[in-house]
Design a protein around this ligand. Structure first.
Ligand code: SF4
Length: 409
C-alpha cells in the first residue's frame, strides 16, 4: 500500500542534500527574499555551466536550481556557494524558504520596506537550532503591504496594516494575529516553533501547517510570545494576485527596475550572463519565475529591456509565455510520461492566453503547481488530460491544449 505523502520524511532537495534525478544531481539553492549580489549570480551561472547542465532553473519560491550534476559534484558546489555567502548554514540550508515582495523599498508601493526583515529572519532562523527541524517546504512570507506575496499561502507570514503594525497570517489566512513591525520576526519564529511543538504533540511528520490536524488553530493556541495578540479562531484567506510587473518599473530618484520573465522558468548561460551584465549590483528572483534588475538609471532602462529581450527573455506583459509553467518532465524526471516542457513550448506559438495560468505536469505528483486556480495539463502516457475548472477532457495532440483551455476557462 502506498504511504500517505505527508507521513514520509521530507526529501526536498537542498544545495548539499542533492536529489538524484534521471539527468543527474539536482541542487536547490535557497535565496531568501530572492536577493542576489551580481557576484553570487555569476557564481551560480558558473556552477551550472561547469558542474551541471548549463541551465539555471528558477522556482516558484524565488530559489535557484542547478541540475545534471555528476555524483560527487555537490562538494565542489558547496565550496563555491560558501565562498560567495550562499550557504551560511549547513544545518539550516533547506529551511531558509523566505519569500518577500520583490520590489519592496524600491518602487514606492507597499507600507514598509521588508528587506531588513528578510535579513533579520534569515539570520535568526539559522541561529535557532530547533528550527533546523522544519521541513524543506515550510514557507515564510514577507509581504510589504501590496498583497503580491501574502496570497502565496506561506505557513508563517507577515503583512503590514500600518507603518508599524503587522498581521501574521497563518497558511495565508488572517486569524487576527498581530504585533508591531519591530516584533514581526519574533512572531514568525514563534509560529515556526509552535508548529514543531504541535507536530511533535500529534506524533506527525507534517511538512506544512495545513498538513497538521487543525493546524492553524492549534498552533495559535500554543503561541505565548508577549508581543503577539490574536482574537479570532479563523478568518479569510488573502487573495492570490496574478498581475506581476514585466517591463520597466519606475523607482525614486530617476532610477528604474527592469523586470523580465524566464520562459518556463529556465535561463541559459547567455541569458544569465546578459542579466549579470545589466545588473547594478543586485538581482532579484521573483516567485513568478522572473528576474528584476533594480536601480538602473531611468534613461538606460529601455535599452536594458531591449537587450534582455534580444536574449529571449520575456519583456511583454501580453506574452503567451507568462502564466505557462511546467514541471521537469522527461528526460530529467524518470516519473514523467512526457516531455512536458517541449510540448508546452510547441503550443505557445501564436497562442493568446490572456493571462490564463496553465501548468503542465508529467505525472500525478503535480510538482510546481501554481497556487490558486489554473488549468492543469497532465500527461497520461497517450496524450494529456486537461482540467479547467469543472471541465476535463483528454487529447492525444498537445497542440489542442491551449486553444481548448482558453475557450473553456
Ligand atoms: S510532476 Fe511528476 S513528472 Fe513532473 S517533475 Fe514532479 S515527479 Fe517528475
Amino acid at each position: 500500500m502506498t504511504e500517505p505523502l505527508r507521513s514520509r520524511p521530507d526529501l526536498c532537495p537542498g544545495a548539499i542534500q542533492v536529489h538524484r534525478a534521471a539527468d543527474g544531481g539536482l541542487a536547490r539553492v535557497r535565496v531568501p527574499g530572492g536577493h542576489l549580489g551580481t557576484g553570487q549570480w555569476k557564481a551560480l551561472a558558473g556552477a551550472a555551466t561547469e558542474l551541471g547542465n548549463g541551465l539555471l532553473e528558477l522556482t516558484s519560491r524565488g530559489n535557484v536550481q542547478v541540475r545534471g550534476l555528476p555524483a560527487g559534484a555537490e562538494a565542489e558546489l558547496g565550496a563555491r556557494l560558501t565562498e560567495v555567502g550562499l550557504l551560511p548554514s549547513v544545518s539550516h540550508e533547506r529551511v531558509r524558504n523566505i519569500l518577500a515582495s520583490p520590489l519592496s523599498g524600491r518602487d514606492g508601493r507597499g507600507l514598509v520596506d521588508v528587506r531588513p526583515l528578510v535579513a533579520e529572519l534569515d539570520r535568526r532562523l539559522c541561529g535557532t537550532p530547533y528550527l533546523s527541524e522544519l521541513s524543506g517546504r515550510f514557507l515564510f512570507t514577507l509581504d510589504d503591504g501590496r498583497g503580491d506575496i501574502v496570497g502565496l499561502r506561506g505557513d508563517a507570514g507577515v503583512i503590514p496594516v500600518t507603518a508599524d503594525q503587522v498581521l501574521l497570517p497563518l497558511a495565508g489566512v488572517d486569524h487576527s494575529l498581530c504585533t508591531t513591525l519591530d516584533a514581526a520576526v519574533d512572531g514568525l519564529l514563534a509560529v515556526a516553533a509552535a508548529f514543531l511543538d504541535e507536530r511533535a504533540a500529534q506524533g506527525s511528520t507534517a511538512w506544512r501547517l495545513t498538513d497538521l490536524h487543525d493546524g492553524p488553530r492549534r498552533v495559535l493556541a500554543r503561541l505565548r510570545h508577549p508581543a503577539l495578540r490574536w482574537s479570532e479562531p479563523g478568518g479569510e484567506p488573502f487573495p492570490l494576485l496574478t498581475d506581476h510587473p514585466i517591463g520597466v518599473v519606475p523607482q525614486a530618484e530617476g532610477l528604474a527596475a527592469v523586470a523580465v520573465g524566464a520562459p518556463l522558468g529556465r535561463l541559459t548561460r547567455a541569458q544569465a550572463d546578459a542579466l549579470a551584465a545589466a545588473s547594478r549590483g543586485t538581482l532579484v528572483i521573483t516567485p513568478w519565475r522572473g528576474v528584476i534588475v533594480p536601480d538602473v538609471p531611468g534613461a538606460e532602462a529601455p535599452g536594458v529591456l531591449a537587450t534582455l529581450s534580444s536574449h529571449g527573455l520575456i519583456v511583454d506583459p501580453a506574452s503567451p509565455w507568462l502564466g505557462v509553467t511546467a514541471c521537469t518532465g522527461l528526460p530529467g524526471c524518470a516519473k514523467s510520461l512526457a516531455d512536458v516542457r517541449a510540448d508546452a513550448a510547441s503550443t505557445l506559438a501564436g497562442a493568446t492566453l490572456a493571462g490564463l495560468p496553465v501548468h503542465w505536469v508529467g505525472c500525478g505528483r503535480r510538482c510546481g503547481a501554481p497556487g490558486g486556480e489554473h488549468v492543469e495539463v497532465l500527461a497520461t502516457g497517450d496524450g494529456y488530460r486537461v482540467t479547467a475548472g469543472a471541465h476535463t477532457w483528454s487529447t492525444v495532440d498537445p497542440g489542442d491544449v491551449i486553444e481548448k483551455a482558453r475557450r473553456t476557462a
